[in-house]
Write a protein that binds this ligand. Structure first.
Ligand SMILES: *Cc1c(COP(=O)(O)O)cnc(C)c1O
Length: 441
């Protein structure tokens, strides 16, 4: 901030000067999400075809709010998401929308669930006087669900956290019991939000055990597969989403793990009509002639203006081909398993959550060191040491009450050699911390 002039320039500057400042002031100070050893959070990857298409999108600068404001934008969005539907094996009957992010998809799903439960009375008269709605999740759900629940006026208190089994999957018996108790107490159960590939350690609900309950009980169901959804392009990884065809709404982010740069979140919905009834509004200046049979995306989304985001997904799928994309994801998963095996076999290290696709967690656990708080502190020192060193980037989470270190592999540029470098560096940086912990005992 201090390097930037406080006031804007009165006269235009030479682009060479602006570019030189970009290189010296901006590039050294961004977090390098595309670095081959970015193993933090989840990937937000990119690729050359995606970047080229993004450039073209910016050059055309079309606003795809209505079909007639950019027919190719709308037609390609419908088409390329149908490709993705086929690639991921999620079944028939889905309609695709590209959203800014999974959070936006989840918010629009919750708003639709709310209105459907209230027979679209909430949008007309407000929520006061309406039954109190309830939404069901587990504690593996992403914070965007909680945010959607409070932003939609349902209220945070009405987000019900259902118990899970040891794998972090929602317990179907506990879900039935929670719904029954809520009905008995006069609440109106309205939505079930499932997660496939949770953010902490990659846990998934077993959709085939809980989506039938949502159907039976008349609840709207939304599946958040923001990260893991991309892996469904490989048939051998589809088990985590078994039963997904029963859901009403599903989100996955090609902008995480499908070589397509942010923003490109694929939202699949079953009922276009439900979303349209919740979100459409047509002022006189947006009325289009001959609108029969065409899709006006802004009528089923929160946002009005929309970028031509389908173009980059089309470029990516065409340039890599399905087989090329599958190979990249298979490599990431294989390297994740490999690194977890190596770390698990290293003395004083333990795996704290088994690899799930491209994610696992671990911690240092020297023999004889049993104090939970001391172990948490030791592992926090390792994360600091690794990130301070700069060879690779890691983040942490709390799993079953303990501090654990996450490794998430999914950047386009990562190679097998980066996995070796990462392992060696982690072990080398842990050595002095282990020695210090040992001598202090
Ligand atoms: C990343 C992630 C989100 C948020 O995605 P955005 O596209 O950034 O809104 C939501 N849910 C899960 C499971 C995620 O991994």
């Amino acid at each position: 901030m201090a390097s930037l002039p406080a006031a804007p320039p009165q006269q235009g500057e030479a682009v060479e000067d602006v570019f030189a400042d970009f290189e010296s002031l901006v590039v050294p100070h961004v977090t390098n999400w595309q670095h081959p050893r970015f193993f933090a959070y989840f990937p937000a990857n990119s690729s050359p075809p995606s970047i080229l298409a993004e450039w073209l999108t910016a050059t055309m600068a079309a606003n795809c709010l209505l079909w007639q404001t950019s027919p190719a934008g709308t037609e390609m969005e419908i088409h390329v998401l149908d490709w993705l539907r086929q690639m991921t094996g999620i079944g028939e009957g889905w309609h695709g929308i590209i959203q800014t992010g999974a959070g936006m998809a989840t918010l629009s799903a919750i708003l639709t669930a709310r209105e459907k439960a209230l027979d679209w009375a909430g949008k007309e008269t407000g929520l006061s006087g309406q039954p109190v709605l309830r939404v069901y999740v587990t504690d593996e759900a992403h914070s965007s669900v909680e945010k959607a629940v409070f932003l939609s006026g349902i209220g945070r208190e009405n987000l019900v956290t259902v118990a899970t089994d040891d794998d972090g999957a929602m317990d179907p018996g506990a879900l039935c019991a929670a719904i029954a108790a809520d009905r008995a107490a006069g609440f109106l159960p309205c939505a079930l939000c499932c997660v496939v590939g949770g953010t902490g350690v990659g846990a998934s609900d077993r959709l085939d055990t809980i989506l039938p309950i949502a159907r039976e009980e008349g609840l709207f169901s939304h599946v958040d597969a923001a990260w893991a959804g991309s892996a469904l392009i490989c048939p051998e990884f589809r088990d985590i989403a078994r039963g997904v065809e029963m859901a009403d709404s599903l989100v996955m982010n090609p902008h995480k793990w499908l070589m397509t740069n942010f923003d490109c979140s694929a939202h699949f919905i079953k009922s276009v009509e439900d979303f349209q009834k919740t979100m459409s509004i047509t002022p006189a200046y947006l009325v289009t002639q001959d609108a029969e049979g065409i899709t006006d995306y802004s009528q089923l989304t929160l946002e009005l203006g929309r970028r031509f985001r389908a173009l980059k997904l089309w470029f990516v799928i065409r340039c890599y081909g399905v087989a090329g994309l599958q190979q990249i994801i298979r490599n990431h998963v294989a390297w994740t398993n490999d690194l977890a095996a190596r770390i698990g076999a290293t003395p004083d290290f333990e795996i704290t959550s088994t690899p799930r696709l491209g994610l696992f967690s671990f911690r240092l656990r020297p023999n004889g060191m049993d104090d939970g708080a001391a172990l948490d502190a030791l592992n926090a020192r390792l994360v600091d040491a690794v990130n301070g060193d700069g060879t690779l980037y890691l983040t942490q989470t709390i799993h079953r009450g303990r501090y654990v270190i996450r490794i998430s592999i999914g950047t386009t540029a990562t190679t097998a050699a980066d996995i070796d470098i990462a392992h060696n560096r982690i072990v080398a940086l842990a050595a002095p911390l282990l020695a210090a912990a040992d001598s202090s005992r």
